[in-house]
Design a protein around this ligand. Structure first.
Ligand code: PLP
Length: 488
């Protein structure tokens, strides 16, 4: 075993020596390979109570070095059984995701370089590869050339940046003067559908617009934003002295994966001079499938659009791509260069710190590069197609069962449904409670994990396919279990 004591006479680097690194590295790689080969070894949802892990962690860090063997043994003993396994093929909750092997390898190299790409100078490869890979991603999903892209941690951050840019574009000098106490600025408003993600509301509260700064527009029978209602709301707000600044359209809403009518919304935004932001965090990636290109129709006219490779493109969390046609506006909202961050390159280069609130930036483009190259655009499309096929296997099972009800269309890989036994028909409160209990019983098995939503007020169970290792047997197995538990 290596000597872990720090001898001031022979301090060395203070880090692990190369031979030990190779040995422990092999142990880690073996674990990862084993984990990915046998993801079902673990319960998808751990059998634990809140606090169970915390109580097993000592109250203070060790004062003396510990061996990697001991640390890894505790990873196996404590962490793996206390983890919800998003890499499990029976993970069907929320938007199911997978961290693929090339992405995991890229993450190691990202950590190896430990680049902070705040400036071009502090991360030339990270900055330029980000531009190049975001160009690849844009081309893969059919976005027009010439968009400027940056990678953020999450779609929530991307939407916040986009809506900060929309606020900047309104020309109200908020950057200098803020909002508080101003009598020359009317209440500002952003529009999105009732089905839009809560990250839009969070952006409004972060940007000082308040939750009242969001107006949620009703949806049609397929849960798409109603454009007539949008126009009426904008007119009504203007008449009341409110200043509309932006519309957020969603491609693949969180609950039921609906696609808003972006071309018609873009018409409204153009006519009224509003910023159009498209949230394609989940559904936007589906445009990698050539026959589904149409899901992003109209997005070439958006002022900004977010898609998340970490949702449906096998990229280890986190990786969210934000594109805009107006990078200068984004910089106008965020760029601030203290003396110590000035460089000889000046404004001749892209400095990623200018495109959002955070100064530091991880080298996330590396994993995107690995994944786009390892799978290829056709490989990505094939896998997404397969996820959609699997979701439709489940959809057919729901549609064929007279005591189950599907609550929304299935444009992508998510099926939203409930059990509706004849004896509870018409009693909505009882149906809600029955389905809530059913979901808990499914998840308690540890074999599958599903999540829930409400659809037009009805409690609904969601099955989302998005994991590379999910096969037809998992979807059929989940259906058999759900059917049996529901009828017990
Ligand atoms: N937009 C949509 C449509 C989502 O469904 C979600 C999360 O599920 C988000 C945005 C937020 O994603 P993130 O976790 O990357 O912030």
């Amino acid at each position: 075993m290596e000597d872990l004591r720090l001898d001031p006479g022979q301090l060395g680097t203070g880090d692990m020596d190369p031979e030990s690194f190779r040995r422990h590295g092999r142990a880690v790689v073996d674990r990862i390979a084993e984990y990915l080969a046998n993801p079902e070894r673990w319960r998808v949802l751990p059998a634990m109570e809140p606090g169970d892990l915390y109580r097993q962690i000592p109250p203070a860090a060790p004062s003396r070095p510990e061996s990697m063997e001991a640390i890894l043994a505790d990873f196996d003993r404590l962490i793996l059984p206390a983890t919800t396994h998003w890499n499990h093929p029976g993970f069907f909750g929320y938007f199911a995701i997978t961290g693929s092997a090339p992405g995991i390898l890229a993450e190691s190299l990202i950590a190896m370089l430990n680049v902070n790409a705040m400036l071009w100078r502090t991360g030339p490869a990270a900055t330029e590869l980000e531009d190049a890979t975001l160009g690849w991603l844009a081309r893969m999903i059919g976005l027009p050339d010439g968009l400027d892209g940056v990678i953020n941690d999450t779609a929530s951050a991307s939407t916040l940046v986009a809506l900060a840019a929309a606020r900047e574009a309104a020309g109200l000098r908020i950057r200098e003067a803020g909002l508080a106490g101003r009598t020359d600025v009317p209440p500002l408003r952003i529009y999105c559908s009732e089905e839009a993600h809560s990250s839009v509301d969070k952006a409004a509260l972060t940007l000082g617009l308040g939750l009242r700064g969001i107006r949620r527009i009703p949806t049609d029978e397929a849960f798409r934003l109603d454009v007539g209602a949008l126009e009426a709301a904008i007119a009504e707000d203007r008449a009341a002295g409110i200043r509309p600044i932006a519309v957020v359209a969603t491609v693949g809403t969180t609950s039921v994966t609906a696609v808003d009518p972006v071309p018609a919304i873009a018409d409204v935004c153009e006519r009224k001079g509003l910023w159009l932001h498209v949230d394609g965090a989940y559904g936007g990636i589906a445009a990698a499938i050539p026959e589904l290109r149409g899901v992003l129709a109209g997005c070439e006219r958006a002022d900004s659009i977010v898609v998340n490779p970490h949702k449906w493109m096998f990229t280890p969390i986190d990786c969210s791509a934000l594109y805009t046609r107006h990078p200068a506006v984004v910089r106008g909202a965020f760029s601030l260069v203290p003396e110590y961050l000035k460089t000889p390159e000046g404004e001749s280069v892209k400095n990623l710190m200018d495109y959002g609130n955070s100064l530091g930036r991880r080298f996330r483009a590396l994993k995107l590069w690995f994944i786009l190259r390892y799978f290829g655009t056709e490989g990505i499309a094939d896998r997404l197609r397969e996820h959609i096929r699997l979701a439709n296997v489940f959809r057919e099972a729901i549609d064929d069962a007279t005591d189950f009800e599907r609550l929304a269309p299935v444009p992508f890989s998510v099926v939203v449904f409930r059990h509706r036994p004849a004896e509870l028909a018409g009693d909505e409160a009882a149906l809600d409670a029955h389905n809530g209990r059913l979901l808990e019983r499914i998840n308690a098995t540890g074999r599958y994990f599903l999540s829930h939503t409400r659809v037009r007020g009805k409690y609904a169970i969601r099955l989302a396919v998005g994991n590379l290792r999910t096969r037809e047997e998992h979807v059929r197995g989940a259906w058999e279990l759900i059917r049996r538990l529901a009828r017990e």
